[in-house]
Write a protein that binds this ligand. Structure first.
Ligand code: FAD
Length: 401
């Protein structure tokens, strides 16, 4: 088999990459090891309503509920409310992630991409130092596919980048280990995503409650792997649910466990290979949300592949416009959020309580750095010292980082 591009992985990043490459005229195939796109779901299913402007999804089948914003609870229960515009990439819609992923794959297929399921890519084929294709396995059958470009969209456990010689190692302090129940029959109404932070609640991470409509909620936890053993996330999540008289009465209809990279992004282009989505470590280092960047990055990757095919030029120079463009689109934000994550890891629960107390009445819609500093420091002057490294972050220093 011969293709212009092979996309390894049929998650959001892979489907969007394949779609935009195919729309630009490239002959593309998606190889997915699962037997059904999007299943099992491994996600809190929160995403920003910014995606409405991107035209990537049609209809409403993939939307479970719409949210008005986010409520963040400090360890002592102080609540800070953010509008959905201020709340970041995970607040806007709660989606049915299986339908969401299948809709993205449908758009890729509509654009002309081929999709093969039950197929695990096991190796890159290299000839004279150049990657010329992949080896794959569909059940017992082994086969090879040749292509000019390989896109690794193989998620957090990505091997494609490593096989190409990219350092993809995730340190334990750059990985959140997660667990989540979908609880139903919960006697609670909310149009807000809720986030609960604190060293005891969830070291180096947070607990989330995302409303899915019809008294159903995703209740999950992410804990930094360096601060946890493999059983801690579930233990803390069970405690949180059991301590909450309303959630405790809910019944689970789904349980999942997974991991999210919260590292800096890595090198994403090597010769004729590129990485997208979680494989590129494009999830937000503070929240672990990776859906919006998978879509944004996938579109850029697909368009870049399309241009390479048009020019019949498959070298690093041509593909590196992918790296330049994603850095412009969201690279600075990822670096900033990585630095903020590192600084916030040193905040104890007392500091988080003081922060929430300072911000609980702050009008985020009138945000300015000066007004924010004032709000923080008027109530709790000791916060100034803790927050100085954050306030020193400038666009210039971030570009250097
Ligand atoms: C518990 C949890 C909660 C989360 N909550 C949110 C949230 O609320 N909002 C948000 O924005 N993000 C969230 N995320 C992160 C989000 O799920 C990821 O950022 C997103 O799935 C990344 O998309 P992707 O296409 O890069 O990778 P994936 O969706 O992981 O897709 C990768 C695909 O590659 C396939 N694959 C892997 N290796 C191979 C191979 N060798 N051959 C063939 N196929 C292969 C896999 O089967 C998979 O289908 C959460 C993650 C977890 C674990």
């Amino acid at each position: 088999m011969e293709y212009d591009a092979i996309v390894v992985g049929g998650g959001p990043a892979g489907s969007v990459t394949a779609r935009f490459a195919a729309e630009s005229g490239a002959k593309v195939i998606i190889l997915e090891r699962r037997s059904e796109i999007g299943i099992p779901v491994l996600c809190g299913e929160g995403i920003s309503q910014r995606i409405d402007n991107w035209g990537m999804l049609e209809g409403k089948r993939w939307i479970a509920s719409k949210m008005d914003g986010a409520k963040i609870f400090s360890p002592d229960g102080t609540m800070v409310t953010l509008s959905k515009e201020m709340a970041g990439n995970e607040t806007g819609y709660v989606v049915y992630r299986d339908i969401f992923d299948q809709e993205l794959a449908r758009r890729a297929a509509k654009a002309g991409a081929d999709i093969i399921l039950n197929t695990e890519v096991t190796e890159l084929i290299k000839k004279n130092g150049k990657i010329t294709g992949i080896k794959a396995r569909e059940f017992d059958e082994k086969f090879e596919i040749n292509a000019n470009i390989i896109a690794g969209a193989d998620g957090v456990e990505s091997k494609i980048g490593k096989w190409a010689g990219i350092n993809t190692t995730l340190k334990t302090n750059d990985l959140e280990t997660c667990a989540q129940y979908t609880l139903t029959n919960v006697d609670y109404n909310s149009d807000y995503c809720e986030f609960y932070i604190g060293k005891k609640i969830s070291p180096g991470g947070y607990i989330w409650i995302f409303p899915k409509g019809e008294n159903t909620f995703n209740v999950g936890i992410g804990v930094l792997a360096s601060l946890s053993d493999s059983r801690l996330p579930l233990k803390l999540l069970n405690k949180f649910i059991n301590d909450n008289p309303i959630l405790k009465k809910g019944e689970p209809i789904r349980f999942l466990a997974g991991a999210v990279p919260v590292s800096k992004p890595i090198e994403t282009v090597k010769d004729n290979l590129l990485l997208v989505g979680d494989a590129a470590r494009h999830a937000d280092p503070i929240t672990g949300g990776g859906l919006t960047t998978s879509l944004e990055g996938g579109k850029i990757a697909g368009e870049t592949i399309g241009k390479s095919v048009e020019k019949q030029s498959f070298d690093k120079e041509t593909l590196s416009s992918y790296e330049t463009r994603w850095k412009e689109a969201f690279g600075t934000k990822l670096i900033r959020d990585y630095i903020v994550k590192e600084i916030m890891l040193d905040f104890d629960d007392k500091t988080l309580n003081m922060l929430a107390d300072s911000l609980k009445d702050y009008k985020f819609e009138e945000f300015s750095t000066l007004s924010l500093v004032k709000a923080l420091v008027i109530k709790h002057p000791t916060l100034l010292m803790k927050l100085t490294p954050l306030l020193k972050l400038t666009d210039k220093s971030l570009k250097k980082a």
